[in-house]
Write a new protein. Structure first.
Length: 201
């Protein structure tokens, strides 16, 4: 007689499935993943994923939600340091890079794959909103302390584009070393900060 699965058993299997799906989506893109391929890499029957998820899109949404929650947890931990707005921003930048390099599959599915309809996946929407909030917090603090000037929302996009560009180039193997990535980011961030100083400062 089949064993009745506990809540913990179900949660553990969903976590394993999302982790495997994240790797596969990162490697093959959304069109290159099938439920059968996912079952094969996990060594399970092709029908087993359907016991836990409705379809491939729901698995993608769950894998993205998992990735965003892991990412934002790292940023929130970095934001706990005691220091100035600039020091907290640097700590979060370092946490951002550490996460991207330690978990490149998570990073890729968060920022390189099209997101499913967020109206259907409130958990994913919440994880993304939480990520935006922690990243925006740095810009709000930098503006409030007079370090830089501008609209924090727009500045958030500017700084993120610089970060994401450098990290993506590194993950694509186009930079020679981690040291080169750090040097590129240092120059980019210092240049942005200098160019955004309030007038007269």
């Amino acid at each position: 007689m089949p064993r009745t699965l506990s809540v913990e058993d179900i949660a553990e299997f969903r976590e394993q499935l999302c982790a495997a799906a994240g790797r596969l989506f990162a490697q093959r893109g959304t069109d290159g993943v099938t439920m059968r391929a996912l079952a094969e890499i996990m060594g399970i029957s092709p029908m087993k994923p359907y016991h836990y998820f409705r379809d491939k899109e729901e698995i993608l949404a769950a894998a993205m939600e998992r990735a965003f929650n892991r990412f934002v947890a790292a940023l929130e931990e970095a934001d706990k340091i005691v220091g100035s707005a600039r020091e907290r921003a640097v700590a979060k930048r370092q946490a951002y890079v550490r996460f991207a390099l330690a978990e490149p599959d998570c990073y890729r599915i968060m920022f390189e794959l099209p997101h499913p309809d967020l109206g259907k996946y409130p958990g994913l929407q919440a994880a993304m909103d939480r990520t935006r909030a922690i990243m925006r917090r740095s810009l709000d603090a930098l503006v409030a302390e007079g370090v830089i000037d501008g609209d924090p929302k727009m500045l958030g996009y500017v700084f993120w584009c610089a970060m994401h560009g450098a990290v993506s180039v590194y993950l694509a193997g186009k930079l020679d070393s981690r040291q080169q990535l750090d040097a590129v980011l240092d120059i980019a961030m210092k240049g942005l900060m200098a160019g955004l100083k309030p007038l007269g400062s």
